[in-house]
Design a protein around this ligand. Structure first.
Ligand code: PMP
Length: 435
């Protein structure tokens, strides 16, 4: 599709013009209907155009459209912070609003750093992360991102941070359910901390359930707890990037709840504003926040962050999630969708793996399932399958898995309001595309 436009996007690929969106469906200006099988970029958790959220935003706009948070506090902000704290692990009671995922991650590492300086540990500045991973596109968040095609051009402009391998048991031929597997990968964190010098390591950041970079990677048994213990042992702050996995999509509000592990700081966004508004939050234990505020303040902020309209929308979204039991639905429909995707493995030998939790699901294409050999680069289905699904009226989300060089995975993550019928529609359309 070609069209002259003053707008430009990440690539030259052009998409249909959006006309309207309701529930799990979207229509272009030609009247073609699409099932939003990836909730945008895993954002539209409660579906499109929920009238309750629109009404809450309208009510707030009737009162005020904007209030800058250094000039006025807002009721929606207070209420939303209280709600978020109640949904977060015990003791994580301090909420700092932001407008997106990269900002949430940057806020987390800047709070951690200011805390370290404040409590007399200025030598701690390195933030260890995993590869592959995705933590955002701004230079600070990008420094944590383990994905060479995105980071390489900018390396001279940022301080790239130490990386350890993401725990991809399915590629290494290890048993996901064996606690020894979790310990094996967690030991890499401890080794990296010692190699860098524990006194220089500020934090470790990872995605409890992986997102775009790993394709819904679920941690092996024992991993989450072992990571927590290692961080405690070395005085390293543990940050969970729940930008994609938080908000209820995995069946629990925070992805890490599945393993009953609490971090020190959490970043959320995406499904938190659920596509109604740019919204995110950095949630921290007060022991990190109070010393920083006492020492003169948190030196970070974006103009639009935490405005009353965004907070009113966020409150309404959480209300819908709770009232309609959407986390329970994500767990139930997610289990069904996962098993139907696994069924496809019988028909398509080139599906190497199906993984994920709740409605954060992905499948990976390979040329040999036994060896998990990636598709030859020339045969890469990276964008092609997305186009074939598009032609069937199904939107899925693709990323290259293996350091952006080989291997293809596709996220299948419809809104949390999806029903059994939607699952069958996704599978039917996907089957035609894969055929
Ligand atoms: N962290 C994770 C885990 C993400 O998935 C994303 C977005 N894909 C980000 C951070 C960055 O979020 P944003 O695009 O809203 O800046």
């Amino acid at each position: 599709m070609t069209r002259n436009s003053h707008l430009f996007y990440q690539t030259r690929a052009r998409r249909p013009m959006l006309a309207e969106a309701k529930g799990v469906y979207m229509w272009d200006v030609d009247g073609t209907r699409y099932l939003d099988g990836s909730s945008g970029a895993m954002v539209s958790n409660i579906g499109h155009s929920d009238p309750r959220v629109i009404e809450a935003m309208r009510r707030q706009m009737d009162k005020s459209t904007f209030g800058y948070r250094l000039h006025f506090e807002s009721e929606p902000g207070e209420k939303l912070a209280e709600k978020v704290a109640s949904l977060s692990p015990e003791g994580m009671e301090k909420v700092f609003f932001v407008s997106g995922g990269s900002e949430a991650v940057e806020s987390a590492i800047k709070l951690a750093r200011q805390y370290a300086v404040t409590v007399g540990q200025p030598s701690r500045w390195k933030v260890i992360s995993r590869s592959p991973s995705y933590h955002g596109s701004t230079l600070g968040a990008l420094a944590l991102t383990g994905y060479a095609p995105l980071t390489d051009p900018f390396l001279p402009m940022m301080q790239a941070m130490p990386k350890i391998p993401a725990p991809r048991a399915y590629l290494d031929g290890l048993d996901l359910n064996d606690p020894a597997t979790g310990l094996h990968y967690a030991a890499m964190l401890e080794a990296k901390i010692l190699e860098e010098g524990a006194d220089s390591v500020l934090a470790f950041i990872h995605e409890p359930v992986g997102g775009a970079s790993t394709g819904a990677l679920v941690p092996p048994a024992g991993y989450m707890k072992a990571v927590r213990d290692i961080c405690d042992r070395h005085g390293v702050i543990l940050i969970h990037d729940e930008v994609m996995s938080g908000g209820g999509r995995t069946g629990k509000f925070m992805g890490a709840e599945h393993w009953d592990v609490a971090p020190d700081i959490i970043a959320i966004s995406k499904g938190f504003g659920a596509g109604y508004t740019p919204l995110g939050a950095m949630i921290a234990h007060e022991r990190f926040v109070e010393p920083v505020l006492d020492a003169g303040g948190f030196m970070h902020g974006h103009t639009y962050a935490g405005n009353p309209l965004a907070c009113a929308a966020g409150l309404a979204v959480l209300d819908v999630v709770e009232t309609d039991g959407l986390m329970q639905n994500a767990a139930r429909i997610g289990a069904l969708l996962k098993s139907r995707l696994q069924d496809l493995m019988q028909r398509f030998p080139f599906i190497g793996d199906v993984r994920g939790e709740g409605l954060l699901l992905a499948f990976e294409l390979v040329s040999d399932r036994q060896t998990m050999t990636p598709l030859p680069k020339a045969l890469s289905a990276y964008l092609e399958l997305v186009e074939l699904a598009y032609a069937q009226g199904l939107i899925i989300y693709s990323r290259r898995t293996r350091d952006g060089i080989e291997g293809d995975h596709f996220l299948v993550c419809p809104p949390m309001i999806a029903t059994e019928d939607h699952v069958e529609e996704i599978i039917d359309k996907l089957t035609i595309a894969l055929d």
